[in-house]
Design a protein around this ligand. Structure first.
Ligand SMILES: *Cc1c(COP(=O)(O)O)cnc(C)c1O
Length: 386
């Protein structure tokens, strides 16, 4: 029996809860990215490892030839282990510790995305100790708002990320006085789950202004990095399994004025992996309350925290029932009231033992799992191997 595209008989044998990744959809998504970015000269795509660092998922992404964006030393380690070349690793983050910077220096990574002057000074001195020159880009805060959830907006002046863009020339000047860093780029990242291309257009306009300002001082950088943030359709994982990469890359091609020889780097996380992942969970109990009917499942926010953390919506399907729909609150077993996956949703009538698919869970799912309540971390399986 299969419902939709899931091999139910095989999935039934795996202990729940677990993540399941559709390898074919991931490969198709990567082919689309390469085709659409490939239409524009100088476009380089990195994958933001923090969205999902499952080794099998990383292997498929590496096979497609993408680079990576890391935000910790641990992410640099898993990326190297997955076979990504150091020359395609960029390292961002507001709080890089010394060992993490040293790891990047030892491996001669492509670039450090630097978020403050004190950080630049530390990178310079650690590079000096190793008699190396670190390639750095400045992460500038473009003060461009993304019209998305407040907790995932990063490009406003009030956010902790990046350097105030008004300080751009000052930091570039300070860096040029240092012997062991070389400024090679400008970096931006305005937020996540962005579906309105005008937000990216606003970033392009800001980058154009900043480049003009640099030009007035005879400065050009090798590359511009515009971060990630492209959103996905959580409502319709079946109808829109692949995000609109054409619109995304075309927006940048049309609006951002690259200088001759300059490359444009992207760091996409969610848009690469979200739709290929599903969290499978089993129904434990149906509890008929006086005002509500609860479907109590064996996955909790320890397995997928997005609904509890951001009130995020994930489509949920009962893949082992064809009975008429009923309305449920789907809740987990964790001892917290926020442990709710969905409220008042329709599911094919659920009974104990039914397998539910929590869709679009490939990004910021498995990787954010915790062991709260002494729970085991969920395992992730690739469709190729089940
Ligand atoms: C999180 C992050 C990304 C990826 O964001 P998505 O919304 O998943 O595409 C890219 N760049 C940086 C610096 C990030 O912190």
């Amino acid at each position: 029996m299969t419902k939709g595209h899931f091999p139910i008989d095989k999935l039934q044998r795996i202990r729940t809860p677990f993540y399941y990744y559709d390898a074919e959809l991931l490969r198709q998504t990567l082919r689309t990215i390469n085709a659409e970015a490939g239409k524009h000269e100088g476009f380089c795509v990195h994958y933001a490892v923090k969205a999902n660092a499952n080794p099998q998922v990383l292997r498929i992404i590496r096979e497609a030839g993408l680079g990576v964006d890391c935000v910790s030393g641990g992410e640099i380690e898993v990326s190297l282990k997955a076979g990504f070349p150091a020359s395609k690793i960029v390292f961002a983050g507001v709080g890089k510790s010394d060992w993490e910077i040293n790891l990047g220096l030892d491996n001669d990574i492509f670039c450090f995305n630097v978020e403050s002057i004190p950080e630049l000074e530390v990178i310079n001195s650690l590079a000096q100790a190793k008699e190396k020159v670190a390639r750095v880009a400045f992460r500038l805060n473009p003060n461009v708002g993304a019209h998305t959830h407040a907790n995932i907006t990063t490009g406003l002046a009030e956010n902790k990320f990046g350097i105030d863009m008004r300080d751009m020339l000052k930091v570039i000047e300070e860096a040029s006085a240092m012997q062991n860093v070389k400024v090679v780029g400008l970096h931006f990242h305005i937020g996540s789950q962005i579906l309105d291309m005008s937000d990216f257009e606003a970033l392009c306009n800001r980058v154009n202004e900043l480049q003009q300002e640099l030009e007035r001082h005879q400065i050009t950088v090798e590359h511009i990095n515009v971060g990630g943030g492209l959103g996905i359709d959580y409502q319709h994982p079946n109808r829109v399994p692949i995000p609109d990469f054409k619109a995304y890359f075309d927006t940048y091609a049309k609006k951002l004025r690259l200088r001759p020889g300059q490359t444009l780097h992207f760091e996409l996380g969610r848009a690469v992996v979200a739709q290929c992942g599903t969290l499978f969970t089993r129904t434990l109990y149906i509890k008929e309350g006086s005002v509500k009917r609860f479907c109590i499942v064996d996955a909790g926010f320890t397995d997928l925290i997005r609904p509890a953390l951001y009130q995020a919506y994930h489509k949920i399907e009962n893949i082992t029932s064809d009975e008429p729909a009923a309305t449920y609150d789907v809740v987990g077993p964790i001892c917290e009231s926020t442990d709710v996956f969905a409220k008042q949703i329709d599911l094919n009538r659920a009974r104990r033992g039914d397998l539910l698919a929590i869709r679009s869970a490939g990004a910021y799912g498995e990787i954010m799992a915790s062991q709260y309540n002494c729970r085991q971390l969920p395992k992730g399986y690739l469709s190729d191997e089940v």
